[in-house]
Design a protein around this ligand. Structure first.
Ligand code: CUA
Length: 351
């Protein structure tokens, strides 16, 4: 076997491997919660359309340039027995080709530029005809999210609830370092910068659960800084707001385990960082837990909100979310399994 054909074979295998890897990364072909190819709101749709248009134009350029190149390579290559063949006639400075290339490039750029400008204007702020938006203040922390609803006077964490078919203006803030707000199926991304206010708007067409993700490197657990957006029908949304506005549920007199957990929550210092309005209001360093039991996730949407996962989070926070602020406090307390069980019971009861 000649060494050349061996190398050629290897190249073919390598390109096949690269192609299959490329398609594995392609989320179009499977159900992916963070796929930008599946827009579920007008802002994401506009962004997706723009990406598709750009992709089409670029594919067109790739095919045209590639074909011309391929044609030239094959047509003008040196064939066997043509060792002394002279260089083919050159077409430098052919005015028709030069003008054609310039006009063609400008045209393609305009095809991309006009919709880009329109999309930038559209996605900047809520168009007036959509009516009054719901205002939410999203604050990024290392590594979790707080969501405040100033008009409704409620605060929640890591799970943002919105009504469907109503525009939402999300004001973006950061408490420590730069984060970036991104809900791939609804809108994104936009930076949250300390000491600067920023905003974006989004709208959900359908009821559903949408995954969010911090999209700017912000430290050790950047990849673990997730959140969820729940879009509900207007009636369900109003009901959720009412539940959040109502005082949080507290353990009853016969719920001994929960009451023990409540005591621990106060005595072990949890209240210094976490607000539970009915127990000890004021903690702002960690997520508000007043209605924690009603949430579906723990630790910035990393784990499902189950007793086992919550216990794991209290037992080994560093394993779940490396670098997080709670680790030191929890290690200092040296919680026993009984204490963890009681804290889990108490926290889950907060609805
Ligand atoms: Cu916050 Cu990355």
């Amino acid at each position: 076997m000649r060494p050349f054909s061996f190398i050629r074979k290897k190249l073919v295998y390598l390109s096949l491997l690269a192609t299959s890897l490329f398609f594995t990364g392609c989320e179009v072909f499977r159900d992916a919660p963070q796929s930008t190819f599946e827009a579920k709101g007008p802002v994401a749709q506009v962004q997706l359309d723009l990406m598709n248009l750009t992709l089409m134009v670029c594919t067109f350029i790739f095919v045209v340039v590639g074909s011309v190149l391929l044609y030239a390579v094959i047509r003008f290559r040196r064939k066997p027995g043509e060792k002394d063949k002279v260089i083919p006639a050159q077409a430098h400075g052919n005015p028709m080709i030069e003008i054609g290339l310039i006009v063609g490039s400008v045209l393609l750029l305009v095809i991309i530029a006009v919709p880009t400008f329109k999309a930038a204007v559209y996605s900047y702020d809520v168009p007036e005809e959509y009516g009054e938006p719901l205002e939410i203040i999203a604050v990024g922390y290392q590594w979790w999210w707080s969501f405040e609803y100033p008009e409704q006077e409620i605060v929640t964490a890591n799970e943002m609830v919105i009504p469907t078919d109503r525009p939402v203006r999300v004001h973006l803030r950061a408490e420590d370092v730069i984060h970036s707000f991104w809900v791939p199926k609804l809108a994104g991304k936009r930076d949250m910068i300390p000491h600067r206010s920023n905003f974006l708007w989004l709208m959900a067409d359908e009821v559903g659960e949408y995954y969010g993700q911090c999209a700017e490197f912000c430290g050790t657990s950047h990849a673990n800084m997730l959140f969820r957006v729940f879009a509900k029908e207007e009636g369900d949304f109003d009901q959720w707001v009412e539940e959040q506005q109502a005082p949080g549920r507290q353990p009853k007199e016969d719920e001994e385990l929960e009451l023990f957990g409540k005591n621990l929550f106060q005595s072990k210092g949890c209240v210094q960082c976490h607000n539970v309005t009915e127990v000890a209001p004021g903690g702002v360093l960690g997520p508000d837990l007043t209605h924690f039991g009603g949430r579906t996730t723990v630790a910035a949407a990393l784990l499902d909100n189950t007793d086992d996962n919550l216990a794991l989070w209290l037992r080994e926070p560093e394993r779940v979310k490396p670098g997080n602020l709670m680790t030191e406090a929890v290690m200092e307390q040296n919680l026993t399994e009984e204490e963890i069980e009681a804290l889990v019971a108490f926290l889950s009861s907060l609805k």
